[in-house]
Design a protein around this ligand. Structure first.
Ligand code: UDX
Length: 438
């Protein structure tokens, strides 16, 4: 099927390449000329493992191309995926201006029946809004608006798109559902579950899923605080919980709080949507408050590890991105952590395998280093903030010799407490008992 994907960010680019890989003919559109030129030259403007291979394969096989010509992309497509940004407004609600602009463009350039699919995470009711915008321009051609939220995680986006747990389709007519099953035919034949429902339910499934995952992470982060007070080990508690099939082991990894371009935005939007419909979603409000508090607790944890006073100390930070395998700094916990350290008089050295260029937009007066060992040079403490694989097997003799004091703060519980203390480190982490029975 002829498809256009409007917006070539994480979601749009992965969606375009993935749909092409399913056998569709795909045009990816963006207003950013430089980004489109880069893509035409085979350069991928974001770090996402495997995306370059998927894009180049489908470009070479003639199923994927890039343009800034939105009218042409609209006319050429039977199905149009809207994958533009829906950034949070100051009041927490989602900014729909880009979605609305695309809807008006589609209406202006329609040349036949169109299936319009919202791929971006959009507030409940956006599908109806798009339909109203398009039909307000006239009803010469039929349009059907479908919700098809994505659930891809940065760093594993390709796998999440090509092998999803489920495909969610929100539609109001059978023909649209059949067209969507044709677009996703390879998944349909792979017996991937399709959840077919109405547009509002589909839009809510996305927010409810992200909101619940944010609750799960925040829950274990608060359990970690309790563990530190009662002498329990949060890794053991999480394991004991996760073996209950009703809970499941995933997203129970205690850490410095969640970040990223989605969880903070979607939990905030979920609370806002609920409030706009007359209900205070108290758990979502609490998750947002607690998550911010958890990030700031990490500054206290680091201060305690260097004796209580940060003024004049040098703190080495390993990892800046909000999670490994991405260069994305949006809402990374390292932003309030580093700002907090500097506000209390510490100097900061930092290294990240991918995110340093993006990080420079968020920080001032940081010494960026080329690897873990140079980062540790002369520092009063080493902090593991993002669990990149290259930090899992460091040469700790070199690290200890580089540090001014053998202090290691592990915000991701990557290292074994007993081993680190045997290596001579004053080791602290998140929610780990001193003497957990291993
Ligand atoms: C998330 C959702 O998982 C995905 O389905 C949705 O489409 C987009 O938002 P993403 O934000 O890319 O994906 O990353 P994810 O792996 O979910 O991690 C989000 C944050 O939670 C990261 O800061 C991560 O460090 C943190 N996290 C995750 C934890 O602290 N503990 C965990 O156990 C899991």
């Amino acid at each position: 099927m002829n498809i256009s994907v409007i917006g070539t960010g994480y979601v749009g680019l992965v969606t375009g390449a993935g749909l092409a890989d399913f056998g569709n003919d795909v045009i990816c559109v963006d207003v950013d000329v430089r980004k489109i030129e880069a893509l035409k030259n085979g350069e991928i403007p974001i770090y996402e493992p495997g995306l370059d291979t998927l894009v180049s394969k489908n470009v070479n096989e003639g199923r994927l191309r890039f343009t800034t010509d939105l009218p042409e992309a609209i006319r050429a497509a039977r199905a149009i995926f809207i994958a533009v940004g829906t950034p949070p407004k100051p009041d927490g609600s989602a900014d729909l201006r880009y979605v609305e602009e695309v809807a008006h463009s589609i209406a202006q350039h329609m040349n036949g029946p169109k299936l319009v699919i919202t791929k971006s995470t959009v507030p409940i009711g956006t599908g109806r809004l798009i339909e109203r915008i398009i039909t307000s321009h006239g009803k010469e051609h039929s349009v059907s608006v479908v919700s098809n939220p994505e659930f891809l995680r940065e760093g594993s986006a390709i796998e999440d798109f090509l092998e999803p747990d489920r495909v969610v389709i929100g539609a109001s007519d059978k023909q649209s559902v059949e067209l969507m099953k044709e677009i996703y035919a390879p998944l349909h034949s792979l017996e991937i579950p399709f959840v077919v429902t109405n547009v509002e339910s589909s839009e809510l499934i996305k927010y409810a899923s992200n909101g619940f995952l944010a609750v799960k992470i925040t829950f274990i982060n608060e359990i970690a605080v309790v563990c530190e007070r009662v002498g329990a080990d949060v890794q053991d508690v999480a394991r004991g919980m996760g073996l209950d099939s009703r809970i499941g082991p995933k997203f129970l990894q205690a850490g410095p709080g969640f970040g990223g371009s989605c969880f903070p935005k979607d939990t905030s939007a979920m609370a806002d949507i609920s409030r706009r419909h007359g209900y205070e979603f108290e758990i979502m409000e609490a998750v947002l408050r607690v998550n911010d508090a958890i990030k700031l607790r990490m500054v206290d944890k680091i201060a305690e590890a260097v004796g209580g006073e940060l003024r004049g100390k040098t703190i080495a930070i390993l990892g800046l991105a909000f999670k490994p395998e991405t260069d994305d700094m949006r809402d990374s916990p390292t932003i309030p952590i580093i700002n907090g350290l500097q506000a209390r008089g510490a100097s900061v050295r930092a290294y990240d395998p991918q995110a340093i260029e993006n990080a420079k937009m968020f920080f001032k007066d940081i010494t960026y280093c080329d690897d873990a060992y140079s980062t540790a040079e002369g520092a009063d403490a080493l902090v593991l903030a993002t669990e990149w694989n290259e930090f899992r097997a460091l040469n700790f003799d070199r690290i200890r010799k580089a540090l001014r004091a053998p202090v290691l703060v592990d915000l991701r519980n990557v290292y074994d407490p007993h081993r680190m203390r045997t290596l001579g480190f004053a080791y602290t982490s998140v929610g780990r008992a001193e003497d957990a029975q291993k």
